[in-house]
Design a protein around this ligand. Structure first.
Ligand code: ACO
Length: 324
Protein backbone atom coordinates (compact mmCIF):
# COMPACT_ATOMS: atom_id res chain seq x y z
CA UNK A 1 0.00 0.00 0.00
CA UNK A 2 1.27 3.43 -0.99
CA UNK A 3 0.88 6.40 1.35
CA UNK A 4 -0.63 9.67 0.17
CA UNK A 5 -0.68 13.24 1.41
CA UNK A 6 -4.31 13.74 2.46
CA UNK A 7 -3.97 17.41 3.46
CA UNK A 8 -1.43 20.17 4.00
CA UNK A 9 -1.27 23.18 6.33
CA UNK A 10 1.18 25.92 7.27
CA UNK A 11 1.61 28.72 9.73
CA UNK A 12 4.08 31.59 10.10
CA UNK A 13 4.19 34.01 13.03
CA UNK A 14 2.80 37.49 12.43
CA UNK A 15 5.92 39.58 13.09
CA UNK A 16 7.83 40.48 9.92
CA UNK A 17 11.53 41.38 10.11
CA UNK A 18 12.57 43.12 6.88
CA UNK A 19 16.05 43.66 5.50
CA UNK A 20 15.62 47.32 6.44
CA UNK A 21 15.11 46.21 10.07
CA UNK A 22 18.38 44.22 9.86
CA UNK A 23 20.19 47.27 8.48
CA UNK A 24 19.49 48.89 11.85
CA UNK A 25 20.89 45.87 13.77
CA UNK A 26 24.09 44.86 11.92
CA UNK A 27 26.44 46.24 9.24
CA UNK A 28 24.48 45.03 6.20
CA UNK A 29 22.22 46.36 3.44
CA UNK A 30 18.98 45.37 1.78
CA UNK A 31 20.77 45.14 -1.57
CA UNK A 32 23.53 42.82 -0.18
CA UNK A 33 20.98 40.48 1.38
CA UNK A 34 18.71 40.45 -1.68
CA UNK A 35 21.55 39.91 -4.16
CA UNK A 36 23.39 37.24 -2.13
CA UNK A 37 20.38 35.35 -0.76
CA UNK A 38 17.12 36.42 -2.44
CA UNK A 39 15.57 37.09 0.98
CA UNK A 40 13.48 40.25 1.51
CA UNK A 41 11.90 39.48 4.86
CA UNK A 42 11.40 36.71 7.38
CA UNK A 43 8.91 35.93 10.17
CA UNK A 44 9.94 35.89 13.81
CA UNK A 45 7.96 34.62 16.81
CA UNK A 46 6.42 36.93 19.41
CA UNK A 47 7.79 36.69 22.97
CA UNK A 48 6.46 33.51 24.54
CA UNK A 49 5.61 31.87 21.18
CA UNK A 50 7.39 28.52 20.82
CA UNK A 51 7.89 25.68 18.34
CA UNK A 52 4.79 23.73 19.43
CA UNK A 53 2.59 26.83 19.01
CA UNK A 54 3.57 27.11 15.34
CA UNK A 55 3.38 23.33 14.87
CA UNK A 56 -0.12 23.19 16.38
CA UNK A 57 -1.51 25.83 14.00
CA UNK A 58 0.00 24.15 10.94
CA UNK A 59 -1.25 20.74 12.13
CA UNK A 60 -4.80 21.95 12.71
CA UNK A 61 -4.90 23.37 9.18
CA UNK A 62 -3.52 20.15 7.66
CA UNK A 63 -6.02 18.03 9.62
CA UNK A 64 -8.89 20.26 8.49
CA UNK A 65 -7.76 20.00 4.86
CA UNK A 66 -7.49 16.21 5.13
CA UNK A 67 -10.78 15.65 6.95
CA UNK A 68 -8.94 13.40 9.44
CA UNK A 69 -9.95 13.74 13.12
CA UNK A 70 -7.07 14.12 15.61
CA UNK A 71 -8.29 11.00 17.45
CA UNK A 72 -7.68 8.99 14.26
CA UNK A 73 -3.94 9.78 14.24
CA UNK A 74 -1.60 6.88 14.98
CA UNK A 75 1.68 8.84 15.10
CA UNK A 76 2.78 12.47 15.25
CA UNK A 77 6.30 13.31 14.07
CA UNK A 78 7.70 16.80 14.55
CA UNK A 79 10.85 17.58 12.59
CA UNK A 80 12.69 20.32 14.43
CA UNK A 81 16.02 21.44 15.84
CA UNK A 82 14.40 24.19 17.92
CA UNK A 83 11.83 22.34 20.06
CA UNK A 84 10.14 23.94 23.09
CA UNK A 85 12.34 21.98 25.54
CA UNK A 86 15.33 19.59 25.43
CA UNK A 87 12.72 17.17 26.76
CA UNK A 88 9.93 16.19 26.37
CA UNK A 89 9.54 16.02 22.61
CA UNK A 90 7.60 18.88 21.02
CA UNK A 91 5.45 16.25 19.28
CA UNK A 92 4.06 15.22 22.70
CA UNK A 93 2.99 18.81 23.39
CA UNK A 94 1.25 18.94 20.01
CA UNK A 95 -0.37 15.54 20.63
CA UNK A 96 -1.94 16.78 23.87
CA UNK A 97 -3.13 20.09 22.45
CA UNK A 98 -4.66 18.43 19.38
CA UNK A 99 -6.45 15.85 21.54
CA UNK A 100 -4.80 13.10 19.49
CA UNK A 101 -5.37 10.61 22.30
CA UNK A 102 -4.31 7.48 20.39
CA UNK A 103 -1.19 8.91 18.76
CA UNK A 104 2.40 8.09 19.63
CA UNK A 105 4.61 11.16 19.33
CA UNK A 106 8.30 11.96 18.91
CA UNK A 107 10.64 14.50 17.33
CA UNK A 108 13.00 13.97 14.40
CA UNK A 109 16.26 15.91 14.34
CA UNK A 110 17.84 16.28 10.89
CA UNK A 111 18.02 20.09 10.61
CA UNK A 112 16.83 21.36 7.22
CA UNK A 113 16.28 17.78 6.02
CA UNK A 114 14.09 17.04 9.03
CA UNK A 115 10.80 17.20 7.16
CA UNK A 116 11.92 14.81 4.41
CA UNK A 117 13.38 12.41 7.02
CA UNK A 118 10.07 12.53 8.95
CA UNK A 119 8.04 12.13 5.73
CA UNK A 120 10.08 9.04 4.88
CA UNK A 121 9.46 7.55 8.35
CA UNK A 122 5.75 8.41 8.14
CA UNK A 123 5.59 6.78 4.70
CA UNK A 124 7.13 3.60 6.13
CA UNK A 125 4.60 3.56 9.01
CA UNK A 126 1.68 3.78 6.56
CA UNK A 127 3.19 1.03 4.39
CA UNK A 128 3.54 -1.15 7.50
CA UNK A 129 -0.16 -0.83 8.33
CA UNK A 130 -0.74 2.39 10.28
CA UNK A 131 -3.69 4.45 9.08
CA UNK A 132 -2.86 8.10 9.75
CA UNK A 133 0.44 9.86 10.44
CA UNK A 134 0.84 13.60 11.03
CA UNK A 135 4.21 14.94 9.85
CA UNK A 136 5.15 18.47 10.91
CA UNK A 137 8.21 20.63 10.28
CA UNK A 138 8.36 23.46 12.80
CA UNK A 139 11.22 25.81 13.68
CA UNK A 140 11.97 28.85 15.78
CA UNK A 141 15.35 29.55 14.20
CA UNK A 142 15.33 33.05 15.71
CA UNK A 143 16.26 31.61 19.14
CA UNK A 144 19.45 29.96 17.85
CA UNK A 145 20.37 32.94 15.67
CA UNK A 146 23.03 35.40 16.81
CA UNK A 147 21.36 38.69 15.93
CA UNK A 148 24.75 40.45 16.06
CA UNK A 149 26.35 38.15 13.43
CA UNK A 150 25.66 39.49 9.93
CA UNK A 151 26.94 36.27 8.35
CA UNK A 152 24.00 34.26 9.70
CA UNK A 153 21.25 36.54 11.05
CA UNK A 154 20.10 37.61 7.59
CA UNK A 155 19.36 34.02 6.57
CA UNK A 156 16.90 32.44 8.97
CA UNK A 157 13.19 32.69 9.85
CA UNK A 158 10.48 30.97 11.90
CA UNK A 159 7.51 28.94 10.65
CA UNK A 160 5.78 25.57 10.41
CA UNK A 161 4.22 23.29 7.83
CA UNK A 162 2.40 19.97 8.15
CA UNK A 163 0.99 17.09 6.13
CA UNK A 164 -1.40 14.28 7.04
CA UNK A 165 -0.47 10.91 5.56
CA UNK A 166 -2.89 8.05 4.96
CA UNK A 167 -3.31 5.09 2.63
CA UNK A 168 -3.55 5.92 -1.05
CA UNK A 169 -6.77 4.93 -2.82
CA UNK A 170 -5.42 5.44 -6.35
CA UNK A 171 -2.25 6.28 -8.29
CA UNK A 172 -1.45 9.28 -6.09
CA UNK A 173 1.03 9.06 -3.25
CA UNK A 174 4.65 9.06 -2.16
CA UNK A 175 6.61 7.36 -4.95
CA UNK A 176 10.03 7.43 -3.30
CA UNK A 177 12.17 8.87 -0.53
CA UNK A 178 15.97 8.84 -0.31
CA UNK A 179 17.93 9.91 2.78
CA UNK A 180 21.68 10.56 3.20
CA UNK A 181 24.13 11.81 5.83
CA UNK A 182 27.83 12.58 6.21
CA UNK A 183 28.74 13.29 9.84
CA UNK A 184 32.33 13.87 8.74
CA UNK A 185 31.43 17.50 8.01
CA UNK A 186 29.15 18.07 10.99
CA UNK A 187 31.05 21.26 11.91
CA UNK A 188 30.03 23.00 8.69
CA UNK A 189 26.79 24.20 10.31
CA UNK A 190 26.38 23.65 14.04
CA UNK A 191 25.42 25.07 17.41
CA UNK A 192 28.50 24.32 19.55
CA UNK A 193 27.11 24.95 23.04
CA UNK A 194 24.06 24.08 25.13
CA UNK A 195 24.11 20.31 24.53
CA UNK A 196 25.85 17.54 26.49
CA UNK A 197 29.25 18.29 24.85
CA UNK A 198 29.31 21.84 26.19
CA UNK A 199 26.37 22.22 28.59
CA UNK A 200 24.46 25.47 29.07
CA UNK A 201 26.42 27.90 31.24
CA UNK A 202 27.04 31.60 31.59
CA UNK A 203 30.22 31.09 29.56
CA UNK A 204 28.31 29.40 26.70
CA UNK A 205 25.91 32.33 26.65
CA UNK A 206 28.49 35.12 26.88
CA UNK A 207 30.68 33.45 24.22
CA UNK A 208 27.58 33.00 22.01
CA UNK A 209 28.19 29.26 21.61
CA UNK A 210 24.43 28.67 21.84
CA UNK A 211 23.96 30.16 18.37
CA UNK A 212 24.41 28.79 14.82
CA UNK A 213 27.96 28.82 13.45
CA UNK A 214 28.26 28.24 9.74
CA UNK A 215 30.94 28.20 7.05
CA UNK A 216 28.61 29.80 4.49
CA UNK A 217 30.76 29.64 1.41
CA UNK A 218 31.64 25.94 1.79
CA UNK A 219 28.03 25.15 2.69
CA UNK A 220 26.91 26.87 -0.50
CA UNK A 221 29.06 24.67 -2.75
CA UNK A 222 28.12 21.43 -0.97
CA UNK A 223 24.45 22.43 -1.02
CA UNK A 224 24.43 22.79 -4.80
CA UNK A 225 26.21 19.45 -5.26
CA UNK A 226 24.09 17.42 -2.81
CA UNK A 227 20.76 18.87 -3.95
CA UNK A 228 21.61 18.11 -7.57
CA UNK A 229 22.68 14.56 -6.66
CA UNK A 230 19.59 14.00 -4.51
CA UNK A 231 17.29 15.15 -7.29
CA UNK A 232 19.03 13.02 -9.94
CA UNK A 233 18.75 10.00 -7.64
CA UNK A 234 15.03 10.64 -7.11
CA UNK A 235 14.34 11.07 -10.82
CA UNK A 236 16.31 7.94 -11.73
CA UNK A 237 14.51 5.82 -9.12
CA UNK A 238 11.18 6.77 -10.72
CA UNK A 239 12.28 6.50 -14.36
CA UNK A 240 11.72 10.25 -14.74
CA UNK A 241 13.63 13.00 -16.50
CA UNK A 242 13.82 16.54 -15.11
CA UNK A 243 11.18 17.50 -17.70
CA UNK A 244 8.73 14.99 -16.19
CA UNK A 245 8.48 16.87 -12.93
CA UNK A 246 5.60 19.32 -12.65
CA UNK A 247 6.92 21.11 -9.58
CA UNK A 248 10.31 21.20 -7.85
CA UNK A 249 10.22 22.16 -4.16
CA UNK A 250 13.78 22.62 -2.94
CA UNK A 251 14.75 23.53 0.61
CA UNK A 252 14.58 27.33 0.72
CA UNK A 253 18.11 28.30 1.78
CA UNK A 254 19.39 30.77 -0.80
CA UNK A 255 17.92 31.69 -4.18
CA UNK A 256 21.39 31.39 -5.78
CA UNK A 257 21.59 27.77 -4.59
CA UNK A 258 18.11 27.08 -6.02
CA UNK A 259 18.97 28.72 -9.36
CA UNK A 260 22.28 26.84 -9.64
CA UNK A 261 20.58 23.49 -8.90
CA UNK A 262 17.70 24.20 -11.31
CA UNK A 263 20.11 25.22 -14.08
CA UNK A 264 22.25 22.11 -13.62
CA UNK A 265 19.11 19.96 -13.76
CA UNK A 266 17.68 21.88 -16.72
CA UNK A 267 14.41 22.80 -14.99
CA UNK A 268 12.64 25.94 -16.13
CA UNK A 269 12.21 28.56 -13.42
CA UNK A 270 8.41 28.48 -13.43
CA UNK A 271 8.54 24.87 -12.20
CA UNK A 272 10.60 25.84 -9.13
CA UNK A 273 8.73 26.79 -5.96
CA UNK A 274 10.43 29.77 -4.33
CA UNK A 275 9.07 31.58 -1.27
CA UNK A 276 12.27 32.33 0.64
CA UNK A 277 11.95 36.00 -0.30
CA UNK A 278 9.15 36.16 2.32
CA UNK A 279 10.25 33.56 4.85
CA UNK A 280 14.04 33.11 4.68
CA UNK A 281 15.47 29.73 5.63
CA UNK A 282 13.01 28.08 8.04
CA UNK A 283 15.02 24.81 8.25
CA UNK A 284 12.67 21.80 8.67
CA UNK A 285 9.63 24.00 8.03
CA UNK A 286 10.78 25.25 4.64
CA UNK A 287 9.56 22.43 2.38
CA UNK A 288 6.12 21.90 4.00
CA UNK A 289 5.60 25.69 4.09
CA UNK A 290 6.35 25.90 0.36
CA UNK A 291 4.29 22.76 -0.37
CA UNK A 292 1.23 24.20 1.36
CA UNK A 293 1.65 27.47 -0.54
CA UNK A 294 1.75 25.51 -3.81
CA UNK A 295 -1.48 23.73 -2.81
CA UNK A 296 -3.19 27.01 -1.81
CA UNK A 297 -2.15 28.62 -5.10
CA UNK A 298 -3.63 25.72 -7.08
CA UNK A 299 -0.25 24.76 -8.55
CA UNK A 300 -0.82 21.04 -7.96
CA UNK A 301 -3.31 19.16 -10.10
CA UNK A 302 -4.23 15.49 -9.97
CA UNK A 303 -1.46 13.38 -11.50
CA UNK A 304 1.23 16.05 -11.08
CA UNK A 305 4.63 14.85 -9.94
CA UNK A 306 6.37 16.91 -7.25
CA UNK A 307 10.06 16.46 -6.45
CA UNK A 308 11.33 17.77 -3.11
CA UNK A 309 15.03 18.01 -2.23
CA UNK A 310 16.88 19.31 0.80
CA UNK A 311 20.29 19.60 2.44
CA UNK A 312 21.15 20.73 5.93
CA UNK A 313 23.31 20.48 9.01
CA UNK A 314 24.67 17.02 9.75
CA UNK A 315 25.45 17.12 6.88
CA UNK A 316 22.23 15.59 5.64
CA UNK A 317 20.58 15.54 2.23
CA UNK A 318 17.35 13.95 1.06
CA UNK A 319 14.62 13.80 -1.56
CA UNK A 320 11.02 12.73 -1.99
CA UNK A 321 8.82 12.29 -5.07
CA UNK A 322 5.06 12.60 -4.65
CA UNK A 323 2.36 12.06 -7.24
CA UNK A 324 -0.57 14.37 -6.55
N1 ACO B 1 25.92 41.98 4.86
C1 ACO B 1 27.00 42.51 4.26
N2 ACO B 1 28.15 41.83 4.08
C2 ACO B 1 28.20 40.57 4.53
C3 ACO B 1 27.10 39.95 5.16
C4 ACO B 1 25.93 40.72 5.32
N3 ACO B 1 24.83 40.22 5.91
N4 ACO B 1 27.44 38.70 5.49
C5 ACO B 1 28.70 38.50 5.06
N5 ACO B 1 29.16 39.64 4.50
C6 ACO B 1 30.46 39.89 3.91
C7 ACO B 1 31.53 38.96 4.43
O1 ACO B 1 32.04 39.43 5.64
C8 ACO B 1 32.54 38.98 3.30
O2 ACO B 1 33.31 40.16 3.44
P1 ACO B 1 34.89 40.15 3.13
O3 ACO B 1 35.00 39.75 1.67
O4 ACO B 1 35.30 41.53 3.43
O5 ACO B 1 35.47 39.11 4.05
C9 ACO B 1 31.68 39.16 2.04
O6 ACO B 1 30.41 39.63 2.50
C10 ACO B 1 31.50 37.89 1.26
O7 ACO B 1 31.18 36.84 2.16
P2 ACO B 1 30.89 35.38 1.64
O8 ACO B 1 30.64 34.51 2.81
O9 ACO B 1 31.95 34.97 0.66
O10 ACO B 1 29.55 35.63 0.83
P3 ACO B 1 28.72 34.60 -0.02
O11 ACO B 1 28.53 35.11 -1.37
O12 ACO B 1 29.22 33.19 0.14
O13 ACO B 1 27.29 34.68 0.69
C11 ACO B 1 25.98 33.38 2.21
C12 ACO B 1 27.17 34.32 2.04
C13 ACO B 1 24.72 34.14 1.83
C14 ACO B 1 25.91 32.95 3.66
C15 ACO B 1 26.15 32.16 1.28
O14 ACO B 1 27.45 31.62 1.42
C16 ACO B 1 25.15 31.08 1.57
O15 ACO B 1 23.97 31.24 1.36
N6 ACO B 1 25.62 29.90 2.01
C17 ACO B 1 24.76 28.79 2.28
C18 ACO B 1 24.08 29.00 3.58
C19 ACO B 1 23.09 27.91 3.83
O16 ACO B 1 22.38 27.54 2.95
N7 ACO B 1 23.06 27.41 5.02
C20 ACO B 1 22.17 26.35 5.29
C21 ACO B 1 21.93 26.30 6.70
S1 ACO B 1 20.82 25.03 6.80
C22 ACO B 1 20.71 24.36 8.32
O17 ACO B 1 20.83 23.19 8.43
C23 ACO B 1 20.41 25.27 9.48
Amino acid sequence: MKSAILGTGAFAPERVVTNADLERMVDTSDSWILERTGIRERRVVAPGQACSDLALEAAQRALKASGVHPAALDVILVATCTGDFPLPATACLVQHRLGAIRAAACDISAACCGFLYALSIGDAYIKSGMRHVLVIGSEVMSVITDWTDRNTCVLFGDGAGAVVLGGSQDESGILSTHLHANGGISDLIYVPGGGSRDPASEDVLSDKRCYIKMRGNETFKIAVKTMEEATHEALKANGMSAQDMDLFIPHQANVRILRAVSQRLGISEEKVMINLDRFGNTSAASIPLALDQAVQEGKLKQGHKVVMAAFGAGLTWASAVVQW
